[in-house]
Design a protein around this ligand. Structure first.
Ligand code: SF4
Ligand code: SF4
Length: 106
């Protein structure tokens, strides 16, 4: 098994399927009302952990479970890593135009 892997606590899992829905690697399935990995290796994006309402998914090897943004952070290397990890989805984009105001900010 790799040093880094997704771990699912099946005692906490309620089989809602959110993790499976957001997984870009199609690496999570719902089997008998519980989330299950297809293979151990994936892109380790952490999206499944971020969306899980039960905090049932953690990424082993990264030092902690689900990471949530609790306060404003400075851009130290360690903080940048956390920003990446507690981000929410950019993967399920809506089919609608972005607002001009938002585009200008970028
Ligand atoms: S999002 Fe969490 S509770 Fe829902 S199926 Fe996945 S692991 Fe289970
Ligand atoms: S870490 Fe990313 S690629 Fe891996 S199972 Fe979770 S959502 Fe899928």
């Amino acid at each position: 098994m790799s040093q880094y892997c997704v771990e699912i606590n099946t005692d906490k899992c309620i089989g809602c399927g959110l993790c499976s829905k957001v997984c870009v690697a199609h690496n999570l399935v719902i089997d008998q009302n519980k989330a299950k990995k297809v293979i151990d290796d994936c892109v380790m994006c952490g999206q499944c952990s971020a969306v899980c309402p039960q905090k049932a998914i953690s990424l082993k090897g990264y030092g902690s479970g689900q990471v949530e943004k609790a306060e404003e952070v400075r851009l130290s290397p360690e903080d940048i890593l956390n920003v990446i990890r507690f981000r929410r989805s950019i993967r399920n984009l809506k089919k609608q135009k972005s607002q001009e105001r938002s585009l200008r900010k970028f």
